[in-house]
Design a protein around this ligand. Sequence first.
Ligand code: HEC
Ligand SMILES: [Cu+2]
Length: 385
Amino acid sequence: MKESRGAREQGRVDFVSPLLLRTPAPPLLLMMSERNIERLALTVLVLILVGIPLAVFGYQYGLRPAWSGIRTIDVIAAAPEAGGFQPASIEVQKGEKVRLRFSVPDVTHGVAVAGLGVDLGQIDPGQVKEVEVVFDEADVVTFYCNTWCSPNHWRMRGTITVIDPADPQAHLQAGSGPDPVIQSLIARQVDIDAPREAPVVPTETPSSAAGQALIEQHRPSLPAQLFESDWLRQHSPAEAYLLLEEHLPQLTGEQRWDIVAYLWTAPLSPEDRAWASQEYAKNCAACHGETGRGDGPAAAAINAQLQASPMVSMTHQVASFAPSPQTMAATMDIYYAKLRRGGMGTSMPSFGPIFNEAETWKLVYYLWELTFTQTESGPTSDHGH
Ligand code: HEC
Ligand SMILES: [Cu+2]
């Protein structure tokens, strides 16, 4: 009996078809035993199953980066309990183009890079998203998750250190100068965590449109401070209300609140409102609620934690921006400072590394819009009407 070559190498003959013996030049496959055909089939299958992904992988991670000349930095984006961003600190050179590629193993996250306007949107488990970026300045830039992913969500941050080879210390100085607003609060000895209680609170939803008309009508007798942005940032709505009471005793309480509502919501332009409402929805609403009433889905758990904590002197719950003795005694610069610094062990995150000064102001103005556009029947006051 004639043995096929493959079979002899295996040292045994399994089966040879009688047909084979008569075929003068049998094709390779037909010359093999059935067992070896199985082996070949298996090899081909393994090649397909492993080889193709390997080729794709090799292309993505080996060839493509090498061809494009762009360094690819792979970052796993996992919830903080599962390790957060890995790696969480990245170093790049000033002017270097890098590809940041985020993959998500656990739950949906959102990835944004502060200061660059880069927002990759939501990334679902198993999905990969990437962005090519160039950093022009020596700096320390924060990248962060902007989709609520876990109770520790706001800890999900990482940094990109941009090193200038010509000045390797430059990134250490970048953006670390004192914030003039916070300096001014300190100089005026304003404790941003202290309890606040305004003597006056609106009882109806004020109308900023009516306020604007009243301002035009009474312009000559209105105190000049109300048109100075520094004064407005450093004083509370209640203080403005009382100032109006002093200068324009003929107005009703409601009319004074209309004027205050106009002054506190006027700084926000339509474009800024669009930006701020988007960022608010992504970064704040989970705690503060969609309309700023302190009732976001994450609020209950945080409130329970705050109430149980002996450390917190002032706030025992997620802030509501509804008109109240607390909000009517708040100032724009207190909100600004809270946003930049964060709370003191209260779960209010620090947004200093994420939003720059101008962006922080937009968010602050937006909060006042939330305050003055819908009044919930809050505490009433004898000054109110
Ligand atoms: C993880 C929950 C959480 C998120 C997210 C969050 N906050 Fe807060 N925030 C709190 C808590 C709790 C307080 C109250 C304690 C405090 O003032 O530190 C607070 C307080 C504040 C205050 C101070 C209010 C006052 O009366 O002094 C401001 C302003 C504020 N948040 C704005 C924001 C903005 C804007 C965002 C989004 C960019 C945001 N917060 C995101 C939990 C959160
Ligand atoms: Cu998250």
